[in-house]
Design a protein around this ligand. Structure first.
Ligand code: AMP
Length: 114
């Protein structure tokens, strides 16, 4: 499967509002925010969907969680709470096929999601 726009963001070929970066993960603001804080944390290698996580790349997924936790503390939303979501394929509502953890904070989240 061809690479996505997120590979171009990783290579800094197209702009993004980057709020977090380390050797494994990039975090940038979602262009269509669904909460006061809506950041996408993506691995710096392309994993197309949640189905493609395996033993060779699962460390990247752990790093997404670590990055989200650090960011929550940094913006002072760790105690208030937040939501992390990864959509998969059609029923999950995935539109960009490079896994991304949505980080949503700054308002009350509802359950079940729509
Ligand atoms: P999903 O529907 O889970 O695949 O989420 C894809 C997300 O990527 C959506 O929330 C979009 O708003 C967001 N998005 C798409 N293109 C960009 C971009 N260039 N910069 C930031 N966010 C983007």
């Amino acid at each position: 499967m061809a690479e996505t726009i997120f590979s171009k963001i990783i290579r800094k070929e197209i702009p993004a509002d980057i709020v977090y970066e380390d050797d494994y993960v990039l975090g940038f603001k979602d262009i269509n925010p669904q909460a006061p804080f809506h950041v996408l944390f993506i691995p710096k290698v392309r994993i197309a969907t949640h189905n493609d996580i395996d033993n060779s790349n699962v460390d990247y997924v752990a790093k997404l969680h670590l990055a989200a936790g650090k960011y929550a503390k940094e913006i002072g939303e760790d105690e208030n709470g937040y939501r992390v979501v990864m959509n998969c394929n059609g029923n999950g509502g995935q539109t960009v096929f490079h896994i991304h953890m949505h980080f949503l904070a700054g308002r009350q989240m509802n359950w079940p999601p729509g």
